[in-house]
Design a protein around this ligand. Structure first.
Ligand code: ADP
Ligand code: MG
Length: 374
């Protein structure tokens, strides 16, 4: 009986996914922090509904002037929602990577809105781990359980950063990152898979190994930080787990990929402030974020041409975006009123991605996400 219910639930879930073209958008609002100026007046109000097909609503209110903007997403998580509850909503998507699907999960939002908290969290504090540690734990556990049915899996992890349209390997030991002889060129093979030349791939079988990798990666990121001025908020961080499974008795094979991506901060720097390297950096971020939006929209609209090649990120992820792959975007929001404009931009970006998937033609969607007033 329990199994039947579970099967029905899965079927419904898959139907919903089909309707939505395998692209979903979840919105997460972080709590007010001690450093946020106001303590109570929140410009963000939520109206969660229980309608699984229409999703949850969120309304953004401007503290002064009374502007109101309403959006609806597949899920809206308020400030009180814990890491564990978020994971409940995505665990099936994670599981599908073990079934051989290619999965991408992104965190989009301005710096300080909770992207890293959502994707990585604090894996060393019980209950505080984010999507990456929880996904991996689930994948490892499930793969172990499947070994009873004759399955054996090989898992390989890689972690890279895209900064100014250039790839850096975050799993290279020491300061090899400054070794410019490595090119990290993205290549697509005839099977529709991507590889990055010279990129470190590490076999992993246990969460502890990945945890060590993450520490190594964050160290590697902070090495860059001193040299490149808070680079982490200006770069995309892509964690990839390649999953290959083979069943000894049935000779079945699966090849799944799980990509977990902490995107660069989506905030626009004031036009006057950005010059030289900073300007170049901003342009690179704007370009890759809007390219990502364009790609997701083109896929959702089933357009014949998907502009994957417009940025390194979309070119890298090409095999994992579109087709029968599965995409989830978190849009992270800061609740303080100072962030109103950025929050509005983020929600518009996400709504554009979301609205398309339920079949609203492109031209009917509000003007581009990144053309908000600063
Ligand atoms: P980003 O990666 O988008 O720049 P962070 O994830 O670093 O933002 O979050 C900024 C701060 O807010 C961090 O101190 C983080 O711990 C905190 N934070 C973010 N989201 C939450 C949340 N849902 N609950 C509690 N604290 C959060
Ligand atoms: Mg971050």
């Amino acid at each position: 009986k329990v199994q039947e219910g579970e099967l029905l639930r899965r079927k419904l879930h898959n139907t919903i996914l089909e309707l939505k073209g395998n692209i979903r958008v979840f919105c997460r609002v972080r709590p007010l922090l001690p450093n946020d100026e106001e303590k109570e007046s929140m410009p963000v109000v939520q109206y969660p509904t229980s309608n699984e097909l229409q999703g949850d609503g969120i309304e953004l209110l401007q503290a002064t002037g009374g502007q109101r903007h309403f959006f609806s997403f597949d899920k809206v998580f308020g400030p009180e929602v814990k890491q564990e509850q978020v994971f409940v909503e995505i665990s099936q998507l994670v599981q599908s990577a073990l079934d051989g699907y290619k999965v991408c999960m992104f965190a989009y939002g301005q710096t300080g809105s909770g992207k890293t908290h959502t994707m990585l969290g604090n894996p060393d504090v019980p209950g505080e781990g984010g999507v990456i540690p929880r996904s991996l734990e689930q994948v490892f556990q499930s793969s172990q359980a499947l070994s009873a049915q004759g399955w054996s899996f090989r898992m390989q992890a890689s972690m890279l950063e895209i900064y100014n349209e250039t790839i850096r390997d975050l799993l290279v030991k020491g300061s090899v990152n400054s070794d410019s002889s490595k090119q990290y060129v993205v290549k697509h093979d005839s099977n529709g898979n991507t590889s990055v030349s010279d990129l470190t791939l590490v076999d992993v079988t246990h969460w502890k190994e990945v945890s060590n990798l993450l520490h190594q990666a964050s160290q590697s990121r902070s090495v860059g930080k001193t040299a490149m001025n808070e680079q982490s908020s200006r770069s995309h961080c892509v964690f990839t787990l390649r999953i290959s499974g083979v069943n000894e008795s049935t000779e079945q094979q699966v090849h799944g990929v799980l990509n977990l991506i902490d995107l660069a901060g989506s905030e626009r720097l004031s036009r006057s402030g950005a010059t030289g390297d900073r300007l170049k950096e901003t342009q690179a971020i704007n370009k890759s974020l809007s390219s990502l939006g364009d790609v997701i929209m083109a896929i959702a609209n089933k357009e014949p041409h998907v502009p994957y090649r417009n940025s390194k990120l979309t070119y890298l992820l090409q095999p994992c975006l579109g087709g029968d792959s599965k995409t989830l975007m978190f849009v992270n929001i800061s609740p303080d009123s100072k962030s109103f404009n950025e929050s509005l931009c983020s929600l518009r970006f996400a709504a554009k991605v979301n609205a398309c998937e339920i079949g609203i033609p492109r031209r009917q969607i509000a003007q581009g996400p990144r053309i908000c007033e600063s």
